[in-house]
Design a protein around this ligand. Structure first.
Ligand code: ZN
Ligand code: ZN
Length: 389
């Protein structure tokens, strides 16, 4: 029997786990119910595990001492209210699994059960990484700080993200190269001196400094970066003042920097800080600068991606493995923290079919085809089985 058939035999169980996670979405690094459910199911399967970081769980199947591979599934939801009308819709207004991380957690549990049944065949160790806080770009970091990539250090890591159109149920696509941008999200608070709008000579208006900063950031993104390096420097929020004739004390600017090259990234971050310092000094303001959350670029290492592609093409019966894809997106994915340390590959799992209305991820009406979950569990498990042959 193929691994896919084995996964399809336990499909109802995977769907059940997924519906539980879907009805009980939790945010960021605070996933007490989700982590407890994962631990409870691993315990039932007889899989050894330990809590890791805040709300993370690490499972271990196979034997230590040889090769090892890490399988990562994230499990956090988003702060929005669900509008699908599904019978298993979120029971928590203001929270929804709109990025499909509930399906990742359920599919990784499915893979755990498959791999436990094949444990004797594993010539090495599978590390299951159930991760919180992807949407806040904090979960992978918190698990790495708590040693998820040490003792033992995995040779390779694999992440799956569920995907809607154009990818159909039954298809899986491996990426190759740098595929998701780095993301740095800055917040700058400018401090001036408030006063009467009719008496500029007695005040320092931080809005004028903010205007120059926004303009300078745009120029840096446009004129200081190699045009061959896709880059975004974008101001997305600016707040100051209350009415017509009061000069405010403060002005807050928020925005994001995206690129694929770590050298370009370091240079941009240092240039935007320098710009704030110089403009503030010229316009007599003081400032606070925060990079509130960030992630490096996500990298599917070429040699491993080629190797995994060949293995899945050969071994993953019943699943359509699409050609390797080197296209990039300006969005970010915090599996990047793993991929910068361990040779990794990111996969997209098709989960659309013509009967399901199409909405993009992060939309309150987004839905994923439940038939796709067996394919996802089989793909996770086959990656480990084939690598640890
Ligand atoms: Zn997302
Ligand atoms: Zn996601």
């Amino acid at each position: 029997m193929s691994l896919l058939q084995e996964a399809q035999d336990m499909e109802q169980e995977i769907i059940g786990w997924r519906r539980y996670f879907h009805e009980n979405p939790e945010l960021g690094l605070e996933l007490p119910k989700t982590a407890a459910k994962v631990q409870e199911e691993l315990k039932k399967m007889g899989v050894r595990f330990r809590p890791c970081g805040q709300s993370g769980v690490l499972g271990y199947i196979g034997k230590e001492g040889g090769k090892s591979i890490l399988l990562r599934g994230d499990m956090d939801a988003l702060p929005l209210t669900e509008d699908t009308g599904l019978p298993y819709a979120s029971q928590c207004p203001g929270k929804m699994h709109a990025c499909g991380h509930d399906t990742h957690a359920a599919m990784l549990l499915g893979a755990a059960k498959l791999l436990k049944a094949h444990e004797e065949e594993l010539q090495g160790l599978v590390i299951l990484m159930f991760q919180p806080g992807e949407e806040t770009l904090s979960g992978a970091r918190s698990m790495i700080e708590d040693g998820c990539l040490e003792n033992p250090k995995p040779d390779h890591a694999v992440a799956i993200h569920i995907a809607g159109e154009p990818y159909q149920t039954g298809q899986v696509k491996l990426s190759r190269g740098t595929i998701a941008a780095s993301s740095d999200n800055y917040r700058i608070i400018l401090h001036g001196k408030g006063g009467h709008g009719a008496s500029p000579q007695n005040s320092i208006n931080p809005i004028f400094a903010a205007a120059k900063i926004v303009e300078a950031f745009t120029d840096i993104g446009r004129y200081e970066v190699d045009p061959q390096q896709p880059t975004v420097v974008n101001t997305c929020s600016i707040h100051a003042g209350t009415t017509y004739n009061i000069i405010p004390n403060d002005c807050e600017i928020r925005g994001t920097v995206r690129t694929f090259n770590e050298e370009v990234r370091a240079n941009l971050l240092s240039r935007i800080q320098e710009t704030v310092e110089k403009i503030c000094s010229l316009y007599r303001c003081t400032f606070e600068f925060y990079n509130d959350f960030s992630t490096p670029s996500n990298y599917s290492e070429e040699t491993f991606s080629d190797e995994l592609y060949a293995m899945l093409k050969r071994d993953l019966e019943g699943v359509e493995v699409l050609p390797l894809d080197s296209s990039r997106m300006m969005g970010s994915e915090d599996f990047a923290y793993v991929s910068q340390k361990i040779s990794s590959c990111s996969l997209s799992l098709g989960a659309s079919n013509p009967d399901i209305p199409h909405f993009p991820a992060h939309h309150p009406k987004v839905q994923f085809d439940e038939k796709a979950f067996a394919y996802g569990a089989a793909t996770y498990a086959q990656a480990a089985l084939s690598y640890l042959k």
